[in-house]
Design a protein around this ligand. Sequence first.
Ligand SMILES: [Zn+2]
Length: 387
Amino acid sequence: MARALALAASVAGRTRPNPPVGAVVVRDGVTVGEGATMPAGGPHAEVTALSEAGDAARGGTLYTTLEPCCHHGRTPPCTDAVLRAGITHVIVATRDPNPLVDGGGVARLRDAGVAVEVGDGEEQARQLYAPFAHWVTSGRPFVTAKYAMTLDGRIATRTGHSRWVSGPEARRLAHRWRDTHDAILVGVGTVIADDPSLTTRLGNTEREPHHPLRIVLDSGGRAPLGARLFDPALPGETWVATTDRMSTDHAAALFERGVTVLTLPEDPDGRVALPALLDALGERERTSLLVEGGSAVLGAFFAARLVQRLRVFIAPKIVGGARAPGPIGDPGIATMDGAIAIEGAGMDTVGADWLIRAELYDPWPPHERTRDECSPVSSKSWAASAR
Ligand SMILES: [Zn+2]
């Protein structure tokens, strides 16, 4: 299962809207086939592993990080392939949160006489599939809020200087997160202050970096056209999420640079309505969104309770200053008993910094099917109807 989980992690960020799955076929203690999910429309991990194994799969064991699917999506059900291959044991890390599967795949295999065990490597698998679980049940991308602050809670000095708060190891890790996300978002304030390119840089690894879709929240069209993000030579795509307040000239100039302009409804403060943005991203099959700030954007996401996962670097340094900004801006909470409580947070050290990790909510559907009731509808139409 460790090998299957490593295969799954190797394709994270590259399979949307499908979840990244790893599968290994073992016969008489020897690995005879393995596979990882290909981009949407390509074969699922189990099918790749089974076809690599061929006849050697007969009487063998399939390890898979996610319950085999039992519905017709863009490809035929994996449960059929497992049965055809003559597999007698299936070890599954976690059941599929997709309401079209959710226990149905396991039930179909058991009904056919295959011995199925669920739960080996489950905790790691659920971390990996939290974005897919959220998207497939809500129709919106799973939102991770990420920021780096000093020990006194500042993301920049009183002059606005912010490079860098955290150390090189933390920044490298942040690039690995970009590599596994479908989309990344910043506000126009960050574009004006820092002029980031938001591309993924993995350093000296063999992995080809994945550049997530870059989104700028810019309700009034204030981001300068010369910003690095609007450079047509950047790898990957850039979108500007805006409102009717952006001038048509500005929108046309962005379009000329290859930038997609997404005009969305306004919230009562005249900014882009975040629920509408998340719906639009979910419809376009973006299952995970990394929000990198700045404080106005993070303030709006937290105020609307739209954050599912938190990743915070704390640097062991102090800058002080009443005007030095904190990570989460307006509107903020009025009284301490209204604070957003974070439960079960974990902490690691990354270089000289600390990393706080917390899940703000569990996206896993609570119920599990025990019968084979796999639906013929595609997951895409289910996600659309779930809203
Ligand atoms: Zn499948």
